[in-house]
Ligand binder design. Structure first.
Ligand SMILES: O=C(O)C(=O)CO
Length: 361
């Protein structure tokens, strides 16, 4: 069918239901490799596409955005002069009261139909999308070019250069709330498995290391009357907190950019980062990866934590300085870690975190 948006799906293994939704409305090309699409392939394949659908692991770089979008540079000149001189006129000003209705679409249709100008390439229009029967749609000399949407199957946007995106008209689609409960359940599982040493215990049976019952063998740490600290109390953090409250922690703390009403409603106390690290028996990392949070878990921060503390990260590996985490675990500066995320993913088999008994993932 004509005029269907063209979408490049950058992995073959997104859930079928979602792909079907896309296929119903769009022409879909799927990049068929289990590895993330390399930039040089993406740059070629996205030519002529209206949208990209990527995973949360595909880095969307400045180069990709520049090729996808609608950036320009221009020499200052008054408008009429510019219109008289230019072979190509690129509209890239912000929408303000002064520029509103900058393109009179009827006038544009007239100009294109009557060859007053040769052609138009539109990355934006009014309304968006244009109705299928709009005269611009049927005009051979009017192309709607360039990627308009980058959709990612993730709530995290850390893989996309948002600074560059803001300089374009590209819209971002993401999946908030889709995995809130799943991530929260997994984090609770990770926390219990780590504190109750489930994986370690399993290994002792498989390896034959468990010889007999002794009073303190595989003793873990309890949530009951513990202090649980959340670094980031967004949707997922709140859901984890709700699931942990029935275990009877004595206190829930959280740190982040600001105190939240939802934190108050959960009876959680807003504290600064260092104070959270000093007080918590369980530290749960649930903040987004941004320039402010990258590498915030340094050796100094691990040193602030209790020696009995358990560290859980279900957010992003890069929030943690991983060498410092290895050091903290090896030297029992903290008791244990449960990791849903790491750098790189997957960790190589010979990475120290893989062999440490007090680290699970
Ligand atoms: O939604 C996200 O950001 C994820 O990491 C899911 O894997």
């Amino acid at each position: 069918m004509a005029n269907r948006p063209k979408v490049l799906v950058c992995r073959p293994d997104f859930p079928e239901g979602g792909i079907k939704l896309l296929r119903d409305r769009c022409d879909v090309e799927i990049y068929n490799s289990e590895n993330e699409i390399p930039d040089e392939v993406l740059l070629k394949k996205m030519v002529g596409k209206d949208a990209l659908f990527v995973s949360g692991r595909k880095r969307i770089t400045k180069e990709v955005i520049e090729s996808a979008g609608d950036q320009l540079g221009a020499e200052y000149i008054d408008l009429d002069n510019l219109l008289r001189q230019s072979d190509f006129v690129i509209v890239a000003c912000p929408l303000t009261p002064e520029t509103e209705a900058i393109v009179d679409h009827e006038a544009l249709v007239h100009a294109l139909k009557n060859k007053i100008i040769a052609a138009a390439g539109l990355d934006v229009m009014d309304p968006e999308p244009l109705p299928i029967d709009h005269p611009l749609i049927g005009l051979d000399n009017c192309a709607k070019n360039g990627v308009k949407v980058i959709a990612t199957m993730s709530v995290g946007l850390d893989h996309i250069d948002l600074g560059e995106i803001k300089r374009t008209s590209i819209k971002i689609g993401y999946t908030p709330d889709v995995l809130t409960e799943a991530t929260a359940e997994l984090t609770v599982a990770l926390l219990l498995a780590t504190s109750r040493r489930v994986v370690e215990g399993h290994k002792t049976i498989v390896s034959g290391e468990w010889k007999m019952w002794t009073p303190t063998f595989m003793c873990g740490r309890g949530l009951y009357k513990s202090i649980v600290g959340f670094v980031g109390l967004g949707r997922i953090g709140q859901s984890i907190a709700k699931k942990l409250i029935p275990f009877g922690p004595s206190k829930i703390l959280y740190s982040g950019p600001r105190r939240k009403l939802e934190g108050d409603q959960l009876g959680a106390e807003f504290v600064d980062f260092d104070s959270l690290l000093r007080q918590s028996d369980f530290v749960i990392v649930m903040c987004p990866l941004t320039s402010e949070t990258e590498g915030i878990f340094t050796a100094k921060k691990f040193a602030l934590m209790k020696r009995s503390a358990i560290f859980i990260n279900s957010a992003r590996g890069a929030i943690v300085d991983q060498e410092s985490l290895v050091h903290a675990l090896k030297n029992k500066i903290i008791a244990a870690a449960g990791l849903d995320v790491m750098t790189p993913e997957p960790l190589p088999k010979d990475h120290p975190l893989v062999s440490l008994d007090n680290c699970g993932g």
